[in-house]
Design a protein around this ligand. Structure first.
Ligand SMILES: NC(=O)c1ccc[n+]([C@@H]2O[C@H](COP(=O)([O-])OP(=O)(O)OC[C@H]3O[C@@H](n4cnc5c(N)ncnc54)[C@H](OP(=O)(O)O)[C@@H]3O)[C@@H](O)[C@H]2O)c1
Length: 294
């Protein structure tokens, strides 16, 4: 039977992907300061090691920090990391699907996937699916709506008018920045369909736009992206991290999921991100892509 008061912070577990840098790392530090069990993931070995040390250094007494590594453009790696998470905890109270970003060109993974779509969308889709039993177990022991799945999307989704159904991974006509906007639209459609499917489960799901943030983000992009980010003022990663912690913990966000936030306030995504038919179709296409990988 669900509880009416949330378990203490030390008994609450948050999984944050992309916690080796930027927004994910700042968020992991914030949860660790609050005494949570923080499970971070990252890709680059040195950044993961440094981040783990930095997160531990700020953790409150009683907090626990674990750090896992995997390249989330490879679905086998996502599955392996999900299994490792299940070895560390039997409950996940908050999942922050944050890992991702822009690339400087077309990269095909060893599984034949386009890396931007794979890391930004398919990895979040698969990790959420794999961790669902742990989220459901947490929901059984928690007040309704306090278990949450959060997607770090972007206002870049507004530059993408629709999903490219004929070529979802844009393999026939690739442009790095367009692929990024497309993947960020996918984050919002995934959140929408996930919310519909989670109705009545006690698990709430929301998405957010972090703003233009000073992180390693641009370093993975092409020259145009690097110049754009260098020419414009950026906010520090602690700012979106505050919004992520608020989205994870504010009681008022527990009811009515599928919402979109920026800077501690709800905001409106583009109409193409509110398309129920597209949301359902993206879910089916994502299942199909993953099933084909075996
Ligand atoms: N910065 C912005 O202005 C901005 C704006 C809108 C949205 N966002 C979104 O915010 C999220 C976080 O980005 P950030 O700005 O904090 O950039 P960042 O400093 O580059 O951090 C990105 C994080 O994601 C991880 N990551 C990226 N690709 C991965 C992959 N294939 N497999 C596993 N991990 C991967 C990185 O791991 P390693 O560093 O260990 O490789 C890192 O931990 C992204 O989803 C991005 O699209 C950022």
């Amino acid at each position: 039977m669900p509880q009416t008061t949330p378990p203490p912070a030390s008994a609450r577990t948050v999984v944050i992907t992309g916690a080796s840098s930027g927004i994910g790392k700042a968020s992991a530090e914030a949860f660790a300061r609050m005494g949570w069990h923080v499970i971070g993931t990252g890709r680059t070995p040195e950044r993961c090691a440094d981040a783990e040390e930095d997160i531990r250094a700020v953790a409150a007494p009683g907090a626990r920090v674990d750090f896992l590594r995997g390249d989330f453009s490879e679905m086998a790696e996502v599955k392996r990391v999900a299994g490792e998470i299940a070895g560390l905890t039997d409950q996940v109270h908050v999942l922050v699907n944050n890992a991702g970003g822009v690339r400087d060109g077309l990269y095909r993974t060893s599984e034949g996937l386009e890396a931007t779509f794979a890391a930004n969308h398919l990895a979040a889709f698969l990790l959420t699916r794999e961790l669902m039993p742990l989220l459901e177990r947490a929901a059984q022991d928690s007040p309704a709506g306090t278990v949450r799945v959060i997607a770090v999307s972007s206002s870049a989704h507004m530059a993408c008018p629709a999903m490219n159904w004929d070529d979802l991974m844009m393999l026939d006509d690739f442009a790095a920045n367009t692929a990024y906007c497309h993947a960020k639209l996918a984050n919002l459609l995934f959140t929408r369909e996930l919310d519909r499917r989670l109705a009545g489960s006690g698990i709430a799901t929301h998405a957010m736009h972090p703003g233009r943030v000073g992180t390693n983000f641009a370093s993975h992009g092409d020259e145009a992206m690097q110049s754009y980010m260098a020419a414009n003022a950026c906010i520090p990663p602690e700012s979106p991290a505050r919004t992520i912690v608020w989205m994870a913990t504010a009681p008022e966000l527990g009811c009515g999921g599928g919402r979109y936030f920026h800077d501690l306030a709800e905001t409106e995504p583009a109409p193409q991100a509110r398309d129920d038919e597209a949301a359902e179709r993206l879910w089916a296409e994502s299942e199909r892509i993953l099933a084909a990988l075996g």
